[in-house]
Design a protein around this ligand. Sequence first.
Ligand code: MV4
Length: 502
Amino acid sequence: MFNKVLIANRGEIAVRILRACRELGIQTVAVYSEVDRQAMHVRYATEAYLLGPAPSNESYLKGEKIIEIALKSGAGAIHPGYGFLAERADFAQAVEDAGLEFIGPKPYAIGSMGDKAIARETMMKAGVPVVPGTGGTDNLSDEELLELAPGVGFPLLIKATAGGGGKGMREVKNIEEMPTLLQSARREANASFGNDNIYLEKMILGARHVEIQILADKFGNVIHLNERECSLQRRHQKLLEEAPSAFVDDDLRQRMGDVAVKAAEAVDYESAGTIECLVDADKNFYFLEMNTRLQVEHPVTELVMGVDIVKEQIRIARGRKLSFAQEDIKINGAAIECRINAEDPHNSFMPSTGLISHAVIPTGPGIRVDTGVYAGSEITPYYDSMISKLIVWGETRAQAILRMRRALEEYKVVGVRTNIPFHQAMMDSHPFMGGQFHTRFVEEEFSMEHIAEGKETFPEVAAIIATLVQHEETERAAHVVRRNARDTSNWKWLSRWERLSK
Ligand code: MV4
């Protein structure tokens, strides 16, 4: 059994895993790139080793070097976090071959779920509903796909078997435009994955993206931790997640949970994993893909299920049985996570880099902030733009929304632009309050236009605003209670929400 873990990641997730290790009394090893010398995860670990220059393929993707550091430092296990090496079956295998424990599923499970066609076939055999379409494991030619297309029905989607995250995906409205789209899908898949195999799926319209968290130990015990609603995303980047989903009723929840357990059992799954599904307006659900890793949005499940998913992963890797059974756990309240990104929501979500000179992090009841940066941190263009996750818990979904509004108001970041105004607008949006949205909501129906543009850059304007903010803070400090400028009363808002969700 290991007593020291190497964390092969950076940022908020590295810190999250380090915290779990600390609580378990486990020693930690951090790795870092040249631009991350001062990073929070480096300071938080027991020891830290330099990997190389900033670009990922010269640092956090150097699997062999990471394994070497683990062996040298005496770590007995590697936690990959998400992204980077987390879903690379060859890395998981190399870790195992080096005599170390990979904190995640076995290479076989990672590999078979990484190929979407194999995943589809495995799930069909296990009785998991998949979207109607063609088999993808037999490398169909363009001619064969054209012949099968009318049977699948339009609109349909061309998907890459090596895909995920929408790469190599094409929407086809009719047979006429299909030959061109087959070619461009193959080209993109080949460029992205070095594999141009594609297959067809009927397109599910107005769908929601709902995923089920599962946990499995080395003894074949599998449980699910219910669903997360992940429909609010832009260009396949999730922006906000919640648990439970406002759209999922008890019956659907039960059906999805049972199926998710079957899906995990079909690949002898071990550790934490997620079954991603599409749910249509009639509450039919279809398996999309399985994520064989800890996910960014795991905290919303932790807050409503009362389970520490990262600690469970570590316990499982240490050969312990799951510490609870399915009937021991139930949903308590509601949780929402806003991904706080260094990007400008008023300017097509352009990434914003620079020094975070000042930050006020929301605190207080029901608030959790998972972050890997602090005032003084530099946001570089080398990695993703997420600087923190703001997660709130409430007794009901409405209470969680009120709490998120409060937390977003408290949150101040100086030095880089953030998408906080986007999240504030979302918290004020009626479709969001009513739980009525789908995967295209942000791109097609949501507008930031009623939010102040903030393009004034005159120093006088900045000075006036700074004075006003200072005044406001002083007032707050003096306990002067004023009404929220944006809304007359939370009670009024709450009753409006109740009407909307009927
Ligand atoms: C779909 C779909 C509708 N019908 N498949 C997008 C990324 C990849 N993981 C699968 N995706 C989709 N597959 C069928 N048959 C709609 C999407 C989709 C989507 C899925 C989840 C979250 C956000 C999305 C945004 C656009 C499209």
